[in-house]
Structure formats: structure tokens, C-alpha cells
Design a protein around this ligand. Structure first.
Ligand code: MG
Length: 369
């Protein structure tokens, strides 16, 4: 394949429930969507880099600059046989994994189309559906939190992931557990704590949590190892796992007992698969996390998250958990058994509704070879 044109769209979609984490509150999903053309196909992907450098240093602005000045010039017009050809083409370009993921995933989707397969089949995912989870941001009151958790449980979600931060942690978890003693519940601290906060974190051991996600510094592994040795609850690392090396190190140091694989955080599907395999070999289960993707990114996550070591419900919900209207058809719907279907059609397996995409597009540039 040869990529000869890329349309770069800045997309801004209002979300149904503003999502508050220890980084702050988000009321829009901001992403760069790419329409990537070869002489035979045109496919859509997206970069998860958002409006502010909170979860990641990458932003819409850095993604645009890296794409235009470095990444697309390195890739466009080159003969690409397979996704493995991507990394050598951008070897001199350090970092910017969310931006790289958008381009590499386009190559995966194009390869799937060339082979007449779904992306899921190309990745080796044989599952038809994946248990879905609902992420719940930090709510203003306990009552609002319990009501929102209840609403997601009523819809059928298989797991609840609560965001926590200092002062909004043990009592909040206790309140949810009191009403829902048996649900699959985890918390995500988004690196809001320090090792000195160990008494608070140990107090969470009383609530039978599936995982405490990323309690400590965003790039730390060492102190998480010290903390994990003192906690009963498994630590799950998110921000700290930036590449396959981080996963190997975390497993070696016993810094966690599970890993949240976000393909965007680690540079795309190839590195996500490598991390999956490293974790499987190391006896560490993984689950699929997301970055408030549109339906385009959601299709990619579902294609990935049927690999065998994804043993926990994904963090990802149906389209209507996030958006009044998604940009793909069909939109992702929660099945009665609390799962989401893995798209089975060729390539991404969902169609992008370009009229709806246009509606949410706030800037557009066309890049040609
Ligand atoms: Mg997280």
C-alpha cells in the first residue's frame, strides 16, 4: 500500500456526562480524526490526544505539528507491506505515541481491507463480544455518584470503574459498596497519591476492589512495587506503562498485578499486542482502557480486546454512554448480557457517517504526497 492523501480533522463532540478525574473535568471529547487514502481504499482513524496535556503531554496542537512536519512525511508515498513497516519509518521520531497510534492503526485497518478481513481477525481476536464497563467520574455528591452507578448497572454494565482523588476516596467507595456489595468495582486514582498516603490506600483493601489503578506518580514503577507489596488489592498500572519495556519492568519488579492496555498510550496496536504478550507470559492479566474515543476508536479497542489475556471487563461503554450521537453506524449498543459486539465487517467493521462527522468537525486540512 501507499498512502497518498490524509485529511486531518479536528473533531469536538459534547459528552453526555462531564467526566471528572484527578486531572480535572472534561465536557467535550476532542480528537484528531484522520481519513487516510491509498489508491484502493480510504479509512478512518483517530488520535486520542486531547485538548490539554493532562493524562499525556500530547495535545491536539502537538499531534497536528508532529503529523504535518514529521510523521506523515515519513510515511506518505512509501511502500508499506504490513503494520511492522511503520516503526522503522518513524524510528527517528521519539515519543508522541497517541499521534503515532493514529497512523499505525490506519495501516492495520488498510491491511485488513487488503486481506478482506476484519481488523479483529487480523489481530487474532476470535471473540464476538466483550464484557463492557462503565467509568464514573468524580461526582459532586455521594448521592449523585450512587445514582449514576445505579443507572449504569441497570443498563447492564459488567464493571464499574470509579475515579477517586484525595478526599473523595475511602468514604465514596464505602458508600458505593454499601449499596452494591457484590458488583465488580475498581477505582482509578490517576496518580493522585504519594507513598506517604499508604494508610488511605490500605483502607481501600476492605472493599474487595478488582484493581486500584495508577495510585502513584504517572511515570513511576519503583514506588508502585513498594506499595503493591503492602496492599492486598491488585494495583493496575495505566499511565506508567508507556511502552513494552515499562510492562516488562513492572512485571519484573512486581509493581502491579494487572495492566490497563490503552493502545493509544503505547503508540498503537503493534505495541499494544506486544504488551499483551509480555503480560501473558508474565502471568499478569490485562484489560482494555480508553480515552473517550469516538466510535472509530471504539471499534479499534473492541478489535483488540478479545485477545486471550484481556481477562477483565473493558473500561469501554456503548456509544450512548458518551455521546448523544456517535459518528459511526451502527452505533455501539450494550447487549443485554453487558457486552459490546466486536465489529466483524472488513477493516474497521463500522461505517463512518460523514455528515455527522462534518457536524462535529471544527477544522480540516488536506495533506497530499
Ligand atoms: Mg486510568
Amino acid at each position: 500500500m501507499k498512502i497518498d492523501r490524509v485529511d486531518m480533522l479536528r473533531v469536538r463532540m459534547p459528552v453526555i456526562h462531564p467526566y471528572e478525574t484527578s486531572y480535572g473535568r472534561v465536557d467535550h471529547a476532542d480528537h484528531i480524526v484522520l481519513k487516510v487514502y491509498t489508491p484502493d481504499f480510504a479509512v478512518f482513524t483517530e488520535s486520542a490526544a486531547g485538548a490539554i496535556p493532562g493524562f499525556s503531554y500530547e495535545t491536539l496542537g502537538t499531534a497536528r505539528e508532529i503529523l504535518k512536519s514529521f510523521l506523515l512525511p515519513a510515511v506518505m508515498g512509501k511502500t508499506i507491506r504490513a503494520p511492522e513497516d511503520f516503526a522503522p519509518l518513524c524510528r527517528g521520531l521519539r515519543g508522541h505515541p497517541m499521534t503515532k497510534a493514529a497512523v499505525e492503526n490506519a495501516i492495520w485497518i488498510l491491511k485488513a481491507l487488503e486481506e478482506g478481513k476484519s481488523l479483529a481477525a487480523l489481530l487474532g481476536n476470535e471473540k464476538k463480544s466483550i464484557p463492557a464497563g462503565a467509568g464514573v467520574g468524580i461526582q459532586d455528591t455521594k448521592e449523585e455518584l450512587i445514582a449514576l452507578v445505579g443507572a449504569y448497572l441497570n443498563q447492564g454494565y459488567a464493571k464499574i470503574k470509579m475515579k477517586i482523588k484525595p478526599g473523595m476516596d475511602v468514604k465514596r467507595v464505602a458508600a458505593v459498596r454499601k449499596v452494591y456489595p457484590d458488583i465488580v468495582l475498581m477505582v482509578d486514582a490517576n496518580n493522585a497519591y504519594r507513598l506517604d498516603d499508604i494508610d488511605t490506600l490500605k483502607a481501600l483493601d476492605d472493599f474487595n476492589l478488582l484493581v486500584i489503578e495508577q495510585p502513584l506518580e504517572y511515570d513511576d514503577i519503583f514506588y508502585h512495587a513498594i506499595l503493591q507489596a503492602r496492599l492486598k488489592t491488585p494495583i493496575g498500572l495505566d499511565e506508567s506503562i508507556q511502552k513494552p519495556y515499562s510492562a516488562s519492568l513492572a512485571i519484573e519488579l512486581k509493581a502491579c498485578r494487572s495492566i490497563n492496555i490503552k493502545q493509544s498510550r503505547v503508540g498503537g496496536l503493534s505495541c499494544a499486542k506486544t504488551i499483551h504478550d509480555i503480560c501473558q507470559a508474565g502471568g499478569v492479566g490485562v484489560w482494555c482502557g480508553g480515552m473517550m474515543e469516538t466510535g472509530i476508536g471504539r471499534a479499534v479497542l473492541l478489535a483488540l480486546s478479545g485477545l486471550p489475556n484481556f481477562i477483565y471487563p473493558m473500561d469501554i461503554g456503548a456509544s450512548d454512554k458518551y455521546f448523544h450521537q456517535d459518528i459511526v453506524e451502527p452505533a455501539f449498543k450494550l447487549n443485554p448480557d453487558g457486552t459490546l459486539n466486536v465489529p466483524q465487517g472488513p477493516g474497521l467493521g463500522v461505517e463512518v457517517n460523514e455528515r455527522v462527522l462534518d457536524h462535529f468537525t471544527v477544522a480540516r486540512e488536506v495533506i497530499r504526497v
